[in-house]
Design a protein around this ligand. Structure first.
Ligand SMILES: C[S@@+](CC[C@H](N)C(=O)[O-])C[C@H]1O[C@@H](n2cnc3c(N)ncnc32)[C@H](O)[C@@H]1O
Length: 358
């Protein structure tokens, strides 16, 4: 077998293979997962300068230097503090805090461009058009050439694009369960929005690449996709150094129906998780609303009970007052006849005693 304990596990450590998975995010989306494919590119092509467009956490950037690149220009207009700190540790990784495509002309021409920044037609079409015109022998790698970005624009926020370059967009996200956007889909949570409609012209990352390649003369270019991690695309001019070998090396991945099926299944499962999370939050909100309503009703019941006690007490008072007014005699204090009788008896006894003595 080709694989080691980290894939198969062993009798002594049956969980070895899955332990690494515990540390991975629920939905893999980073190109860092595709190290094996980058190794094929670097094996057949001398790559010294890399322009990485869209860096996010920076977890891919150091792979390029590990594989032999001298300089990596890490372009991201919205770098986090973690990214700044991570890149600062590597002298060969240069943070370029600017937006592509404008910045491309200001950077050295690279051997490898990794395009994973703003995921929409206007930006990606301009990026590929610039590269095919100015660095035609470069290897160009993309992320997100498949669903959901292939035929639907995504716009990082705030979007610098003029309205004429944007489709109507929404905070809701795509799902595998139907064609429309939904709040239970892959939503951007303020970081990005999605075009409301998918398909048609000038919409989506793959459409942008296809149009740019068409304009550069489609027959002169290879464009292939590894159907994993949302679509790892590779574009090379057929006459560029290493092009045939790289395409041949990637062929087991670019032509694998198995990988495509697993990817579609992975995305379907993740969509299901997102939907369940959305439903769980909606149910929790319902439960909160119900608890609030029960509390308000309890408070009202207590208030009504107190009011009832007060009114009952008042009614008792009135009833007693009424009784007193109706029967003034019975309302008079009752004389103490017992002690009067006792006094009379004592006086009589005294008189009798006196009469006997006299
Ligand atoms: C999907 S993430 C990149 C992930 C990274 N390539 C990886 O595989 O780990 C997209 C990144 O593109 C950045 N971005 C958005 N618009 C951009 C632009 N016009 N130029 C360059 N980067 C951009 C975002 O800030 C975000 O960090």
């Amino acid at each position: 077998m080709n694989h080691g304990v980290d894939v198969i596990g062993s009798r002594e450590d049956p969980h070895a293979s899955i332990r690494a998975a515990r540390g991975l995010p629920l939905m893999l989306h980073s190109l860092s997962v595709l190290r094996e494919q980058f190794e094929i590119v670097f094996a057949h092509r001398k790559i010294k300068k890399v322009v990485e467009v869209g860096v996010e956490s920076g977890q891919v950037s150091s792979i390029y230097t590990e594989l032999g690149a001298d300089e990596v220009y890490c372009v991201d207009p919205f770098p986090s503090d973690e990214l700044r700190a991570a890149l600062a540790e590597h002298p060969r990784l240069h943070l370029v805090e600017r937006a592509s495509p404008e910045v491309l002309a200001e950077l050295p021409v690279a051997d490898l461009y990794v395009i994973d920044g703003d995921h929409n037609y206007a930006v990606v079409n301009a990026e590929v058009s610039w590269i095919t015109a100015n660095a035609p022998n470069a290897v160009v790698v993309f992320n997100d050439l498949l669903w959901p970005c292939a035929r639907r624009d995504m716009y990082y926020q705030p979007s610098p694009l003029p309205e004429s370059d944007r489709h109507e967009s929404s905070d809701q996200g795509p799902t595998v369960f139907h064609d429309e956007l939904t709040p239970a889909g892959l939503v951007g949570l303020g970081a990005f929005t999605w075009a409301v409609e998918a398909g048609g012209e000038r919409n989506g990352v793959l459409t942008a690449v296809e149009d740019a390649v068409e304009a550069a003369g489609a027959d002169d270019w290879y464009l292939e996709v590894v159907p994993a991690v949302f679509g790892f695309g590779i574009l090379m001019r057929k006459t560029a150094p290493g092009a045939d070998k790289i395409m041949a090396g990637l062929r087991p991945y670019t032509h694998s129906k198995l990988i495509a099926t697993l990817e579609a299944n992975r995305i379907a499962l993740y969509s299901r998780v997102l939907q369940m999370q959305y439903e769980a939050v909606a149910h929790a909100d319902d439960a909160d609303r119900l608890a609030e309503s029960i509390n308000a009703q309890r408070y009202e019941i207590d208030r009504l009970r107190a009011e009832l006690d007060r009114v009952t007490h008042e009614a008792d008072e009135l009833r007693r007052e009424n009784d007193r007014l109706r029967d003034p005699v019975s309302a008079m204090p009752v004389p103490d006849l017992t002690s009067a009788a006792r006094n009379l008896k004592r006086a009589a006894g005294h008189w009798v005693k006196q009469a006997r003595q006299g």
